[in-house]
Write a protein that binds this ligand. Structure first.
Ligand SMILES: [Zn+2]
Length: 214
């Protein structure tokens, strides 16, 4: 390995040594408990962006948040990865909250508003172009590009929340009286604030008829 590669890799190894030391010195018994299994109450679906780590942002510890991340926190019904995480979180872990967390300054959302090509990701970002299509009048009425992108960040979260609510997994949990809330939130990286978009669903009442399962 060249010097450059070694340095960045060693940073991880050194960091882990520090973590191991921390775990060794912890006397609460929580790591012994965590080694046996997990019981998180929250499923976090966030962006893969390196600046939005779920635990640090929410002051939660290992074992408290089940996490799924992808570029621009997209929830697509045909994504087996997302559906598997969702199904396991809802039906096995019985999480109480699902949080879709977008963030201002999201590169994926910004790219979806442009005509530039970035590779395979362009096909993934098409899902966000679909969100734009639904809200084109509102987005187009905003003059400032940065504000356009940030509004699409919010609308993307809102639509991904709805996508989750439309899944058979979430609707069956509600049908079985399982307490489950699906929230939409946006992170302001500069201030660290996690903003609630007040777009929370705890049942399928607000879904239009075609999306509701009996
Ligand atoms: Zn992002």
């Amino acid at each position: 390995m060249c010097k450059d590669l070694k340095e960045s890799f060693n940073k991880i190894i050194d960091g882990n040594k520090e973590w191991m030391e921390f775990v060794k010195n912890d006397t609460s018994g929580r790591f012994e408990q965590l080694a046996k299994g997990q019981n998180p109450e929250i499923l976090w679906i966030g962006c893969a962006d390196s600046r939005v780590p779920a635990n640090e942002l929410t002051g939660t510890k290992p074992g408290e948040v089940f996490v799924h991340r992808n570029i621009a926190n997209v929830c697509v019904h045909s994504d087996m990865n997302m559906l598997s995480v969702l199904d396991y979180a809802v039906n096995v872990l019985k999480v109480k909250h699902i949080i879709v967390a977008g963030h201002y300054g999201c590169g994926g959302v910004a790219a979806s508003l442009s005509s530039s090509q970035y590779g395979i990701i362009d096909n993934w970002l098409s899902h966000i172009k679909d969100v734009y299509r639904l809200h084109a009048t509102e987005i187009d009425a905003i003059n400032n590009q940065h504000e356009k992108e940030n509004r699409l960040v919010e609308l993307n979260v809102q639509e991904q929340v709805l996508n989750l609510c439309r899944t058979s997994i979430v609707q069956n949990a509600w049908k079985n009286q399982q307490p489950l809330a699906v929230h939409g939130m946006v992170i302001n990286i500069g201030s660290g604030q996690l903003i609630d978009l007040n777009h929370t669903h705890t049942n399928n009442d607000s879904l239009t008829k075609v999306f509701k399962f009996d």
